[in-house]
Design a protein around this ligand. Structure first.
Ligand SMILES: Nc1ncnc2c1ncn2[C@@H]1O[C@H](COP(=O)(O)OP(=O)(O)OP(=O)(O)O)[C@@H](O)[C@H]1O
Length: 305
């Protein structure tokens, strides 16, 4: 699992707010990381920390303001032609929080799946069998979904259909943004296990975007912690959860509620308190390099520039 398939280098995204306004929102600030073949990476952070924006840039749905996204030795920000885009989407697919927006509401599921073959594998002879197998693999009964329109299915069923689509296309990288948010607790674990299985058996890499630390811990080999557009800590999931160094990561891990344990007021996750602690941490480390190695495969970003 050492082949790097995606490299994100100094990625930035600024949004200009309003049509005439000059106000700029820096949603992603100088983010760098790598994804290896078959690796599951969790991108974790509070709401608004820039996770989805990173996912959308990797999926070429947003143009970076600065930085590079290199997929298999090619900078995808330079991809312009339709053919190159199509080839890219054969390898990299996304699943978003709102699965309803990912389907054409006018087409039934069988037509949507047939279109994948028409578009990408027109000579495939075992199309029907492959579609059925992919649906079975994600725990859906083909006969109960194939003849339905997207609005006749639940959010959870649609998310599974999106995984089945990625399966059929045999993608190298799946960006799963709050993938299981629409699933109930009992089906969540099944979908998570499915992702784990796909990454192990097919070598599919996954960027799993979430604000749920427990899910990230369960699923991922590597963790990236985002705070206000910056990547603040990255490395082995095991190491970060055992030995968090950045004050934001520490507070995030402290904020996981334990069943049967009532929070005391001072233990609450207070944004102002975090901001003060993070600024103090950056001040203390102002003369150090931006990235410090805490231990092998565990780095912390120690200055706020
Ligand atoms: N198209 C846009 N125009 C202006 N600002 C945007 C746009 N998209 C995102 N933002 C802002 O960029 C910041 C990062 O948003 P993003 O959706 O990436 O966060 P997130 O970490 O994925 O949050 P959540 O977990 O709530 O989805 C937020 O402040 C958001 O308001």
């Amino acid at each position: 699992m050492n082949e790097v398939i995606l490299e994100v280098k100094n990625l930035c995204k600024d949004f200009t707010l309003g049509v005439f306004s000059k106000e700029v929102k820096s949603a992603v600030k100088n983010v760098s990381f790598e994804v290896k073949k078959g690796e599951i990476i969790s991108l974790i952070g509070e709401s608004g920390s820039g996770k989805t924006t990173i996912g959308r840039m990797i999926l070429k749905l947003l143009k970076p303001s600065k930085g590079k996204i290199i997929f298999k030795d090619k900078d995808i920000t330079e991809i312009k032609s339709k053919k190159e885009k199509k080839d890219y989407y054969l390898k990299v697919q996304g699943i978003f929080q709102d699965p309803f927006s990912s389907f054409n509401s006018l087409y039934k599921v069988d037509r949507i799946f047939n279109m994948i073959f028409n578009s990408y594998f027109p000579h495939e002879e075992k199309k029907d069998g492959k579609i059925k197998k992919a649906l079975n693999d994600v725990g859906l009964k083909p006969e109960s979904v194939l003849n339905k329109y997207p609005h006749q299915l639940s959010g959870g069923q649609l998310q599974r259909l999106l995984i089945a689509r990625a399966l059929l296309m045999n993608v190298d990288l799946l960006i799963a943004d709050e993938l299981i948010s629409m699933l109930d607790a009992s089906t969540r674990i099944g979908v998570l296990n499915l992702l784990g299985k796909l990454s192990k058996e097919n070598g599919m890499s996954v960027i799993f975007i979430t604000h749920d630390l427990s899910l990230g811990y369960y699923l991922s080999d590597t963790t990236l912690i985002m705070y206000k557009g910056k990547l603040v800590e990255k490395g082995s999931t095991e190491k970060i959860y055992k030995n968090p160094v950045h004050p934001y990561t520490k507070m995030l891990l402290n904020s996981i509620p334990d069943i049967g344990f009532k929070w005391k007021k001072e233990e609450k996750f207070l944004p102002e308190k975090i901001e003060i602690e993070v600024n103090n941490f950056y001040k203390k480390n102002i003369n150090k390099d931006t990235e410090l190695e805490v231990e092998k495969n565990h780095k912390v970003i120690v200055n706020g520039r």
